[in-house]
Design a protein around this ligand. Structure first.
Ligand code: TGC
Ligand code: FAD
Length: 398
């Protein structure tokens, strides 16, 4: 009879093109050979090596769906496969990459002027410039529409806006060269690319937020703007919340793939441990309760990958050819895959017994990271409300 493969239970590899399989192989080799050996130390010391973005840039992993500007121009499914391979190692490494690709290069490509694209996209794609995305504020997380950061015509510098306000929990901000900041201009949300090097002393600070309980292999900080002058030509050509949310559609899609990598790694490690560890003179893998934990995790990983794959194909579908990906589909897979990955990683952690408390077994790191993935880019309950609104036509946010 046909052979079952627990690592690809529903045969999703068969849905990939030759090119996608090649990209997956390249990403997997890089991640397992270059990122995995660094992750324990990075997580312990809470350090992020920006060289990682350069390495990813060299392999064409940054802004991978963008056509031109030296980017790879691959399918949305291929970009999902890349995030899955990176997050198989660590969600924090995927975070640094997602922000650069989906939340900085994406909006510049979509809403930037030809000059903005020429100046920044290629260098961002090579990892020579690092970007960050400032939407969340100390008093406004799930409700970014209430943001307090403002842009006003600069009082003394002609042709400049003056930005003031604070953003918090911003991935990459302490090391970012380009800071995409969302601020209200005459009450309307606009995106501004703040160039660190061009900011006069005292107008821009990006202190790191240290001692995190998860995502310790990524770097997170604040953005503090005090009458920071930003040239008018650095404003993106989009107005309202649809600006940041359009970028988030792409990043949330990437997370739905990424967390499946973290879950698959948790499953693989738990399986190996269960086969090697003996109690009551039997390998743990022989006990029914252990097998159920493995079966449940494998099942949800298989479903989650197929769902992400389907949304990826719809993202790339020709608009005239029929159905296309919608933000609600992305909310559905982001919420479901993050919730199931966190639930199963936490359950698989039990298989390791006391050893789960040692970071050498990696499982505790995945659990701590997956809690954050369930929270950022729209906490799961917020995505439930987005879906509830789509089902009923009634919004329940406020
Ligand atoms: P709402 O009335 O729903 O919409 C306002 C305007 O925005 C448009 N819109 C979208 N456009 C494109 N894609 C989407 N997904 C969109 N969602 C909304 C909408 O059509 C409307 O446009 P217009 O032209 O009619 O004005 O706005 P609301 O204020 O009621 O928002 C509701 C809610 C809760 C859904 C929204 O605020 C939300 O999603 N909150 C979650 C916040 C969030 O996701 N923050 C993410 C911060 S960035 C981050 O976490 C990066 S972590 C990166 C990493 O390290 O990996
Ligand atoms: P709150 O909005 O205060 O929500 C707290 C709880 O209340 C949540 O469970 C939420 O679901 C619930 N809640 C809120 N409103 C409702 C409601 N109407 N109905 C029911 N429940 C509700 N942001 C960026 O802009 N850029 C980044 O690069 C970035 N990186 C991040 C990296 C890390 C490590 C972390 C932890 C966060 C990052 N964030 C970033 C911020 C992240 O997007 C926010 O933390 C997230 O959107 C939630 O906002 P909050 O923390 O203010 O929680």
């Amino acid at each position: 009879r046909p052979q079952f493969n627990w690592e690809d239970p529903l045969g999703s590899q068969g849905l990939l093109t030759e090119e996608e399989l090649g990209i997956q192989d390249t990403a997997r080799s890089y991640c397992q050979e270059q990122l995995l050996p660094r992750v324990l130390d990075a997580y312990r010391t809470e350090t992020y090596d920006r060289e990682i973005l350069r390495e990813m840039g060299e392999l064409g992993l940054l802004g991978a769906t963008i056509k031109g500007y030296g980017c790879a121009g691959v399918s949305s499914v291929a970009s999902g496969l890349i995030t899955r391979e990176v997050e198989r190692v660590d969600s924090g490494y995927r975070s640094g990459m997602s922000v650069q690709s989906s939340l900085v290069m994406g909006p510049i490509e979509q809403f930037g002027s030809p000059d903005q694209k020429d100046r920044w996209l290629e260098k961002l794609g090579q990892g020579k410039l690092v970007g960050c995305f400032g939407l969340t504020e100390p008093n406004h997380g799930s409700d970014p529409g209430s943001m307090e950061t403002t842009a006003k015509p600069h009082p003394t510098k002609k042709g400049y806006y003056s930005l003031s306000g604070a953003k918090t929990w911003i991935t990459n901000s302490p090391i970012a060269d380009l800071l995409l900041v969302w601020a209200k201009l005459d009450g309307v949300i606009k995106g501004f690319v703040v160039e660190r090097d061009a900011c006069p002393p005292g107008t821009l600070e990006t202190p790191a937020l240290k001692n995190k309980t998860g995502l310790r292999a990524s770097i997170t900080g604040m953005i503090q703007l005090d009458n920071c002058p930003v040239p008018e030509q650095n404003m993106l050509n989009v107005s309202g919340l649809k600006g940041p949310f359009t970028c988030l559609n792409s990043a949330r899609y990437g997370i739905a793939w990424g967390v499946m990598g973290a879950l698959e790694d948790s499953l693989s490690r738990a399986r190996t441990y269960a086969l090697e560890r003996k109690q009551f003179n039997q390998p743990l893998a022989k006990f029914q309760l252990i097998q159920k934990k493995l079966a449940d995790a494998m099942t949800d990983a298989a479903y989650g990958i197929l769902a992400a794959h389907q949304v990826g194909r719809l993202k790339d579908a020709d608009a005239d050819a029929g159905q296309q990906a919608t933000p609600e589909m992305i909310s559905l897979i982001k919420r479901q895959n993050c919730d199931r990955a966190l639930f199963h990683a936490r359950t698989l952690q039990e298989i390791f017994g006391g050893n789960a408390a040692s970071d050498e077994y990696h499982i505790g790191r995945h659990v701590a990271n997956l809690y954050v993935t369930q929270t950022y880019e729209g906490q799961s309950d917020i995505h439930a409300l987005i879906l509830g609104r789509a089902i009923t036509g009634v919004q329940a946010f406020a």
